[in-house]
Each structure stands twice: as structure tokens, then as C-alpha cells.
Design a protein around this ligand. Structure first.
Ligand SMILES: Cc1cc2nc3c(=O)[nH]c(=O)nc-3n(C[C@H](O)[C@H](O)[C@H](O)COP(=O)(O)O)c2cc1C
Length: 171
């Protein structure tokens, strides 16, 4: 852990963690990474109502249809950062509209991207492939974490440490 902190501290100013979270899981991961790296953090807000059962269903449909949405909360210019770490829940195997909208708007100005996804089930392969092809570039690091792993402190820390280490090594 100490090694990781010292490796990251000199680079921390150039990293932005940007995330969307409907129910807090992706936020938990984003906050942990931000703290460990001493990075800046940005939360994307979806202006469309996504709460409740109706929000779940319309969210899944919008994600499947690859719809964009109106987003707010963006204060930081991603072009000012060497690396953007994007955090997203997986919706119907896809990016939620808020993440799609953010990436579409800023992808031309992003130098380097790492990506993590949270999900209910154990496999995030579908969203990884979609993000890769949407951005049309390789991502410097990828991590998927499911609800069960999010709620197990030792798995959570092990997964996050290895993701953070892969980022600090490659950046
Ligand atoms: C609209 C919607 C669709 C979802 N689709 C999937 C899915 O296809 N596969 C999966 O494993 N989890 C799916 N989930 C579960 C979320 O990915 C998971 O709970 C995630 O950690 C939530 O992150 P959040 O709390 O940051 O919003 C879905 C959740 C929502 C709201």
C-alpha cells in the first residue's frame, strides 16, 4: 500500500475520476480510487429521472437503444488531465446514457482512458467491448466488480489495489 501511495502521489494531479452512479455502488469505487490516487473527481448527473422501477425499466431500454441523455455536473475539463478513469454501472450489458453522453462529448479531448464497471452479475465483458469500440482505442486498464465483490471488504480491496497499481505502472 505504501509503495502504491508513493508511486501515485507525484502523478496524482493529472488524473480525473469521472463516474455516474444511480444507487451508489459505482460512487463507492470512484471515491476509493480517487482517495488512493489523490485524483480529482467528477460526478455525472443524469437529468432524466432514473429512480424506482420505472427508472430501472426506461434506463435499461435507453441503454439498449444506445440513447444519450441530458447531463449536468460537469465542471472539469478532461483535456487538462493525462488520464481519465471512467466509472460506470453496467445497464443491460451497455453503458448507461449518462456515460455514453459524457464520452461522446469529450472523447476527442481525452488523452488516455482507464475504465471500471460495476454490475449485479459477475461478468462485465460486454460493456468492456462496447466502450472499447465506442472510443475506438485501447483502454490502459479495465476492472469489473460485481455487487457480491463490492460487499466483501477483502475482495474489494484486492481488486481495487490491483487496478490502481496497473494504472500507476502504465501511466
Ligand atoms: C437499468 C439497469 C440495468 C442493469 N443491467 C444489468 C446487466 O445487464 N447486468 C448486470 O450484471 N447488472 C445490471 N444492472 C445492475 C447494476 O449494473 C449494478 O447494480 C451496479 O453496480 C449499479 O451501480 P450504481 O449503484 O452505481 O448505480 C442493471 C441496473 C440497472 C439500473
Amino acid at each position: 500500500m505504501e509503495k502504491m501511495k508513493s508511486a501515485s502521489s507525484e502523478k496524482a494531479r493529472n488524473i480525473l475520476v469521472v463516474y455516474y452512479s444511480r444507487t451508489g455502488s459505482t460512487r463507492k469505487v470512484a471515491e476509493y480510487i480517487t482517495k488512493q490516487l489523490g485524483a480529482d473527481m467528477e460526478m455525472i448527473i443524469d437529468m432524466k429521472k432514473r429512480s424506482g422501477a420505472f427508472g430501472f425499466i426506461t434506463g435499461a431500454i435507453d441503454a439498449l437503444k444506445r440513447k444519450e441523455t441530458e447531463i449536468s455536473g460537469i465542471k472539469k475539463d478532461p483535456s487538462k488531465y493525462d488520464l481519465i478513469i471512467v466509472g460506470s454501472p453496467m445497464w443491460a450489458g451497455n453503458m448507461p446514457p449518462a456515460i455514453r453522453t459524457y464520452l461522446n462529448k469529450y472523447k476527442a479531448n481525452i488523452k488516455s482512458v482507464a475504465f471500471f464497471a460495476t454490475s449485479g452479475g459477475p461478468s462485465q465483458g460486454k460493456i468492456f467491448e462496447k466502450v472499447r469500440s465506442f472510443l475506438d482505442r485501447e483502454l490502459i486498464s479495465l476492472m469489473g466488480i460485481c455487487t457480491k465483490e463490492l460487499n466483501d471488504d477483502s475482495i474489494f480491496e484486492a481488486k481495487l489495489s490491483s487496478f490502481i497499481e496497473s494504472i500507476t505502472q502504465k501511466k
